[in-house]
Design a binder for this molecule. Structure first.
Ligand code: NAD
Length: 350
């Protein structure tokens, strides 16, 4: 089992160090190899996704990533900005399915801006299609028309693209509460009418999973009104971009949320949902739990090691119950710890 480790920029190396300690403490045989991505790669080689990283990422069974980006690279030409490295690796590895759980641990219910009774115990999984839709559709651009500029993009999904993300959603729901809510805008957009039709076809292969549909505007409202009604939500790239950020904010603690991006052979890139947090980088205070929970997702989805994944998740729950908190989730009466101490606590709980 070969894992490509990409610490990236900002707090990336700090949080990855703790995730690697957790992974290495399990009694499993992994080969870990590090490479550069993002700003660190630009500084070293002039490109955010260098060839050596491409080779390693392609050979590996899974990729564990910290985060990329930072203000020092924001003025570079767009093609060599750190974020291009991220888009590059996603595309290169054909990672079409993005899985983002939004879980609110009971101990952190006060971190949410919503009332505790609305969010306590929240456990939803948002599945976003990642390689299609209006973000990649052609034609696109800005042109002159009748003496003024006109901007245009194309929303496009093929049946096969919808079908493969549908299968990911139904398979994931089978391991959970067996409910899929597909989100579209079929009342206005033909492309998403096809989305709905294909989801109904895919559902026939999963008679044990309940399929429902929701228009995206209603889904945005329901997520803040009654988020616990959902189990798995599946949607396209653009709607998923927005809804998954909305869902992560329900928990109020972005430092807690992992993510997985998968191809069709269970190869995956695993990373925290947050960015490189340049404002706190190098201070040893970042929350490593989202990255540690990303390791759990890696064990579950790429390596099929459910038991080990559950062990890590249980250890994280235990350190929260013991009162350990990094600054982002700190509240009075709990113990404030740094990145490494949080790693120590997880190791002890394991
Ligand atoms: P961010 O997620 O990095 O930070 C937002 C806020 O949350 C900051 O105040 C930060 O300190 C805090 N935060 C984030 N993660 C934390 C953690 N683990 N522990 C404690 N606090 C944490 O988002 P941003 O500030 O909008 O972006 C910063 C940089 O990250 C930008 O260059 C952006 O392009 C990049 N970015 C990268 C990714 C990625 O690598 N996948 C995702 C989003 C943003």
């Amino acid at each position: 089992m070969k894992i490509c480790v990409l610490p990236g920029d900002g707090i990336g190396p700090e949080i990855i160090a703790q995730a690697v300690r957790v992974l290495s403490s399990l009694d499993l045989k992994f080969e870990l190899e590090e490479a550069l991505l993002g700003g660190a790669a630009v500084d070293a080689s002039g490109t955010p996704y260098p060839e050596a990283t491409q080779k390693l990422a392609r050979e590996a069974d899974a990729v564990l990533l910290g985060a990329v980006g930072g203000p020092q690279w924001d003025t570079l030409a767009r093609e060599i900005r750190p974020e291009r490295g991220l888009l590059g690796i996603r595309k290169d590895l054909n990672l079409f399915a993005n899985l983002r759980p939004a879980i609110l641990y009971p101990e952190l219910a006060n971190a949410s801006t919503l009332k505790p009774e609305v969010v306590a115990g929240l456990d939803i999984l948002i599945i976003r299609e990642l390689t299609g839709d209006i973000y990649f559709g052609q034609p696109r651009g800005i042109r002159e028309e009748n003496g003024e500029r006109v901007g245009f993009n194309t929303m496009v999904y093929s049946e096969s693209e919808i079908r493969r993300i549908g299968h990911v959603a139904f398979a994931a729901a089978r391991k959970r509460d067996k409910r899929v809510c597909s989100v579209d805008k079929m009342n206005v957009l033909e492309c998403t009418q096809l989305w709905r039709d294909v989801m109904i076809e895919v559902a026939k292969d999963y008679p044990d999973v309940e399929l429902s549909h929701m228009l995206v505007d209603n889904a945005a409202m329901q997520l803040v009104k009654a988020p616990k009604q959902f189990d798995v939500m599946v949607t396209g790239n653009m709607f998923g971009d927005i809804l998954s950020d909305e869902a992560s904010m329900l928990t109020g603690s972005i430092g807690m949320l992992p993510s997985a991006s998968l191809d069709d052979k269970q190869k995956g890139l695993y990373e925290p949902s947050h960015g490189s947090a340049p404002d706190i980088a190098g201070q040893g205070i970042a929350n490593p739990l989202a990255t540690i929970l990303s390791v759990a997702m890696m064990l579950r989805y790429t390596f099929g090691l459910e038991e080990q994944a559950l062990r890590i998740e249980a250890a994280v729950k235990k350190v929260l119950a013991q009162g350990f908190r990094t600054g982002d989730i700190y509240e009075r009466g709990t113990s404030r710890v740094g990145t490494r101490e949080m790693g120590d606590a997880v190791l002890a709980a394991l």
